[in-house]
Design a protein around this ligand. Structure first.
Ligand code: AQP
Length: 337
């Protein structure tokens, strides 16, 4: 274990997980987990950076942890825990806040996009989201962070914070914080909305028709694919900038069927939408069925899920505490006696 590189990633419990979260992030965690020592958290502190409903936060958080297991996260290689159960995340965020220039945060695309939606009510937490994310990663001294394309800028900011911290507080050649690398896979890195192929699929899109959730029923999947945006061109092709919806739907078919790009290109080159949509529907339902079955099994055994999260918290906390002590010592803090 000691020599393995460490991986850290997470998803916010801000609604149902969709195919973007799965294909951009969780599926990759599952595929790479055997090569690394992995920590996957449900980032519930991030979930309150936009207005949230307290009545469903805890339930959604447990649901996402269950989905990690249902998607194939293997506890032999991976630790699953809930971010707010490890207080070091908040403490390191404060310490890092004090060395992070405000203008770095104001430049973040996600902040600008989400702040616009909230108008006057935008909270400080939304601006600070990337520092909390940096704390999540750095507490575990992660080597790799598998995420979708939309998180690339936040990873770059994390690296800038590491360099600044080490430069200000670490001895030369003895860095306190480790520089993490993003792991972004080309295919699935940016799954697009079903109603607009130029916008990413997102939990916060007001239209349910824009995304397929991992827990959608067969009827819902059928309806969403039937009504998704297409174009009038016959013959389906990848990588045509004029046909973003076509590229997105073919990519979904490729990833969910497990076929190669060349196989899908050959299979679909003469197809019309009337032939392709039922194929994509059937493939999506079949790909999600085992995940859904496993999810319902796990949710029916609350004691099991709680024990997974308890063990996860203990393991995560051991590592997080050590890093926090090193950071505070480097910054000159006295240690409690
Ligand atoms: N459309 C996407 N394509 C590929 N990857 C995606 N991810 C999110 N959307 C796509 C990846 O999923 C992981 C978890 O994301 P998150 O829940 O922490 O936050 P998010 O990026 O804010 O998710 P959403 O759905 O886009 O929520 P809203 O609507 O609130 O912004 C990350 O690795 C992310 O890259």
């Amino acid at each position: 274990m000691g020599t393995q590189q460490r991986v850290l990633s997470g998803v916010q419990p801000t609604g149902n997980l969709h195919l973007g979260n799965y294909l951009g992030a969780i599926r990759n965690w599952v595929e790479i987990q055997h090569q690394y020592d992995n920590y996957f958290c449900v980032v519930d502190l991030h979930a309150i950076t936009v207005p949230h409903n307290p009545a469903i936060l805890a339930g959604d958080t447990y649901g996402i942890a269950a989905l990690y297991l249902a998607c194939g996260i293997d506890l032999q290689h991976s630790t699953i825990f809930i971010q707010s159960h490890v207080p070091a995340h908040c403490e390191l965020t404060w310490l890092l806040n004090c060395i992070t220039p405000l203008n770095w945060l104001e430049d973040m695309i996600q902040f600008k996009e989400k702040a616009v939606k909230q108008g006057e009510n935008v909270g400080v937490g939304l601006l600070d989201y990337p520092v909390l994310m940096a704390a999540d990663i750095l507490l575990y001294q992660a080597d790799k962070v598998p995420v979708g394309e939309d998180q690339k800028q936040h990873l770059e900011l994390t690296r800038d914070i590491v360099n600044r911290f080490n430069h200000q507080f670490a001895k030369q050649d003895e860095p306190v914080l480790k520089l993490p690398d993003p792991l972004i896979r080309k295919e699935g890195a940016r799954v697009m909305s079903l109603t607009d192929g130029t916008k990413k699929m997102s939990k916060s899109d007001p239209s349910e028709l824009s995304r397929i959730n991992l827990l959608d029923s067969a009827d819902e999947i059928t309806k969403k694919i039937k009504r998704c945006k297409t174009d009038p061109v016959r013959g389906l092709t990848f990588d045509d900038a004029e046909r973003p919806e076509c590229n997105n739907l073919l990519t979904l078919y490729m990833l969910l069927s497990g076929k190669t790009k060349a196989e899908v290109a050959a299979e679909c080159e003469d197809m019309g939408w009337g032939q392709f949509k039922p194929l994509l529907t059937e493939t999506t339902i079949a790909a999600l069925k085992p995940i859904q079955e496993k999810y319902h099994q796990i949710m029916a055994d609350k004691g099991y899920l709680e024990s997974v999260l308890r063990d996860g918290r203990e393991k995560a906390e051991d590592i997080a505490k050590q890093t926090l002590i090193q950071v505070k010592a480097a910054m000159g803090y006295s240690m409690p006696l």
